[in-house]
Design a protein around this ligand. Sequence first.
Ligand code: GUN
Length: 292
Amino acid sequence: MPPDNMAVRIEGSAIAAAVRAETRDAVQKWVRAGHRAPSLAVIIVGDNPASVSYVRSKVSASASAGIESKTLNKPESTREEIILQLVNTLNRSDNWDGILVQLPLPGHMHAARVLGALNPNKDVDGLHVINAGRLATGAPRLIPCTPAAIMELLHRTGIRIAGRHAVIVGRSNLVGKPLAHLLLIANATVTVCHSKTKDLAAVCRTADILVAAVGVPHLVTADMVKPGATVIDVGINRVGDSSKPRGYRLVGDVDYHAVEAVAGAITPVPGGVGPMTVAMLLRNTLLAAQLQ
Ligand code: GUN
């Protein structure tokens, strides 16, 4: 138990391990019922080190859940048309249930066009407009993995959502917007903040559930948190640190050590939302297999 005045640490890694084990069991059941193993094709364009590392964890987690996967690495200079052709081939193939296009794409590509080319029932990231629209109208099917991860962490930690005020900092299509819809479906009152929000600290202090998803190291400080609030940190920021073997360390969007003295519960970075996001991808891949 933490000391009385310290937040409960939401152990994303442990909860993710449980979800991965459940998914592995569900995959085995699916295969025993006579289906081939669910499969995931991951497209990565360029060699952004963070993206390469995320893709590696996705592929290795897939294998441990009994999901077949392949990574298609394309050089940074690849023309968008080539990626669209690749997506079309995977859409038509009976061998691949899930397709994931790792973001960000190089500047010369239009992410919306590439994501829009995906078969919505193979879109394991839930980023196609059809999947975004389904979620926005309260009928979700494949939902983005990070917001799904946050909801699962809240549910499995027993944090009440209905009737509470959730404040999301960040309005991305990947996290902020889909999370707002999921929290609304769960009957929270939702505020979405962004770079033009006036007096961000004052708005954050009204949150029962505060989610930081902007990619700014330690943006959320202790004075922005209501005592007892649940704080979810989506940021994974690389900060230069010559004392570390890789020359950097990972820090979140929340100043963890200051905020844990005020919050009621908090996710760490690393070991919070990140591992849970990968677990939700596995679950989405099984769902995509069932949808084919
Ligand atoms: N880049 C950072 N996070 C994500 C994610 O969840 N999905 C994809 N496709 N790209 C990302």
